[in-house]
Design a protein around this ligand. Structure first.
Ligand SMILES: Nc1ncnc2c1ncn2[C@@H]1O[C@H](COP(=O)(O)OP(=O)(O)OP(=O)(O)O)[C@@H](O)[C@H]1O
Ligand SMILES: [Mg+2]
Length: 222
């Protein structure tokens, strides 16, 4: 599902990733952790081709994405749902439209897009906010909209960047159980987080990024 081979990534001569090698099989649930600034978001950005490695190979779904031509980007993105650390909600669209917009992009007809968007919002306890605009929501509500948007399409691969950063403990636990359900139904899930409580909430394969390499790969805590 995901494979990184000798991946290096530098920003202005600062080496963030220094030879990352990793493979994630279809259906796995994996945490990616490490201190703030270590490169977790960068790692995820390489997977959805928002960033290119300085050297090395990145494979997602048998597609080589490190040198993906621009016109193939929509095809890659259709295979995954991404929950961004900073949400990236469209401010001029309502909560519901933020989700239907993505479903329409994936080619789902309007009525079905509307139905799925509503059901996903309901699942995240946000149906009563469907007509609100993102700026009128709390941080935790915006985070849940970002989550709903990534899940509504039922992608085979979910990349989540600090998905519980703005949620209280109860909502965080609900989200994790939702991600576990989705994983149980067959999706591959990769969650980047520096939250230790979250890591310890479910036993799962955990990749620890440290000084640019995967320093630990196994169940956490060791
Ligand atoms: N576009 C960029 N230009 C320059 N430096 C960057 C860029 N993107 C990331 N960096 C740097 O790369 C390093 C890793 O950043 P990244 O956001 O991947 O860390 P992170 O592990 O996600 O941190 P956090 O836990 O705070 O989210 C940081 O030092 C950051 O400043
Ligand atoms: Mg980050």
């Amino acid at each position: 599902m995901i494979r990184l081979h000798e991946v290096h990534k530098s920003f202005d001569h600062r080496n963030v990733l220094r030879g990352v090698n990793i493979a994630v099989d279809p259906g796995e649930f994996v945490f990616l952790t490490g201190p703030s600034g270590v490169g977790k978001t960068t790692f995820l950005r390489l997977l959805y081709a928002a960033e290119r490695p300085t050297s090395g190979e990145v494979w997602v779904n048998d597609m080589r994405v490190d040198d993906l031509p621009l016109h193939k980007l929509p095809y890659l993105r259709r295979t995954m749902g991404v929950i961004f650390q900073d949400f990236k909600l469209l401010k001029r669209k309502s909560v519901l439209d933020n989700i239907t917009f993505v479903l329409r992009f994936h080619g789902i007809p309007p009525r079905e897009a509307h139905r799925r968007a509503y059901l996903t919002l309901k699942r995240l306890g946000l149906q009563h906010r469907q007509s609100a605009f993102p700026d009128a929501l709390s941080g935790g509500e915006q985070q849940r909209v970002a989550i709903a948007r990534a899940l509504a399409y039922q992608p085979r691969l979910i990349l989540a960047d600090e998905p519980t950063g703005n949620l209280d403990a109860e909502l965080a636990a609900e989200l994790m159980s939702l991600l576990c359900d989705i994983n149980y139904q067959g999706a591959t899930v990769l969650v980047a987080t520096h939250d230790h409580a979250l890591l310890e909430s479910i036993p799962a394969r955990t990749l620890v990024l440290q000084r640019g390499v995967i320093a630990y790969d196994g169940i956490w805590p060791p």
